[in-house]
Design a protein around this ligand. Structure first.
Ligand code: HEC
Ligand code: HEC
Length: 221
């Protein structure tokens, strides 16, 4: 996949810069010092070539980069379910087709499971890139929904701090543009998993509600 990076991937990757700064120090030791305390028994570390196949697009530590969302701290069951839906072509929006269908085409099921467990174990950093004024309304919709407009409360499924549970994703701290696009795309008829409630939930949201929710969620830690 490295021959098909994003248009904006001309920017020098931070990993490369860091590796140079570290000089003689082993890259693997540095990464293990960071993630090792969280999950001592992992099939991979950040210097593994399988992981680098993903962080090339998803950014250092899987923290997200341009249009590729943050994977760090995401629920492993959700990551696995999305990898499956890319492979089965049920997640069919333009960026998924362009970047992810190929990226997972030859990934063995055990490697998918190990990568999902690895990224889930990396502490996530919030994007903090929404509009803080709109975020106030976003928080109200997140917690209470809009009963008179039949908008469900997100809290009921995604949890009090947008941390997710099982195969329901963590939303807190994802990038504003990614959240906004995902919510818009369900309304446009694109799908991700089979039988998920999100197309119905997202179709009940207007553009102002989507901007408010995406703003709020980008700040949640
Ligand atoms: C060429 C760039 C590229 C590569 C390589 C790549 N990804 Fe992605 N990935 C993306 C983009 C872009 C998206 C957003 C797709 C969308 O908007 O629906 C994405 C989305 C995802 C998602 C969905 C996340 C979510 O919150 O729903 C998962 C999971 C994922 N990638 C895992 C991986 C794994 C694991 C690897 C390595 C095997 C990988 N990706 C390699 C570009 C890439
Ligand atoms: C009935 C449970 C339920 C409710 C209510 C719900 N969600 Fe979801 N949400 C899910 C599930 C399940 C998924 C995973 C979908 C999939 O697998 O494709 C999801 C996925 C998402 C994603 C994709 C995250 C990513 O990483 O790509 C976003 C964004 C999202 N929900 C936002 C919301 C917002 C905002 C609300 C409130 C207006 C909401 N959800 C209400 C169950 C729910």
């Amino acid at each position: 996949m490295t021959e098909a990076p994003f248009q904006m991937c001309g920017v020098r990757k931070p990993e490369a810069r860091w590796r140079r700064l570290m000089g003689g120090m082993s890259w693997k030791i540095v990464v293990l010092a960071i993630v090792g305390s969280v999950a001592p028994v992992l099939a991979f570390d950040g210097g593994d070539s399988q992981v680098r196949n993903c962080t090339w697009c998803h950014g250092a530590g899987g923290q997200g980069y341009t249009v590729a969302p943050r994977l760090a701290g995401q629920r492993s069951e959700y990551l696995e379910s999305q990898i499956k839906s890319f492979r089965e072509h049920t997640r069919d929006n333009p960026f998924s087709r362009q970047y992810m269908w190929g990226a997972v085409a030859s990934l063995a099921p055990q490697d998918a499971r190990d990568l999902a467990a690895y990224f889930a174990s990396v502490p996530p950093k919030p994007a903090n890139d929404g509009d803080s004024f709109l975020a106030v309304r976003g928080k109200t919709i997140y917690l209470d929904g809009i009963p008179e407009a039949n908008v469900a409360s997100c809290y009921a499924c995604h949890g009090p701090n947008a941390e997710g549970v099982r195969n329901i994703p963590r939303l807190g701290g994802l990038a504003y543009a990614y959240l906004k696009t995902r919510l818009e795309q369900w309304g446009q008829g694109y799908h991700s998993g089979m039988g998920t409630p999100m197309p119905v939930v997202a179709r009940s949201l207007g553009p102002n509600e989507i901007e408010a929710l995406a703003s709020y969620l980008s700040f949640v830690r």
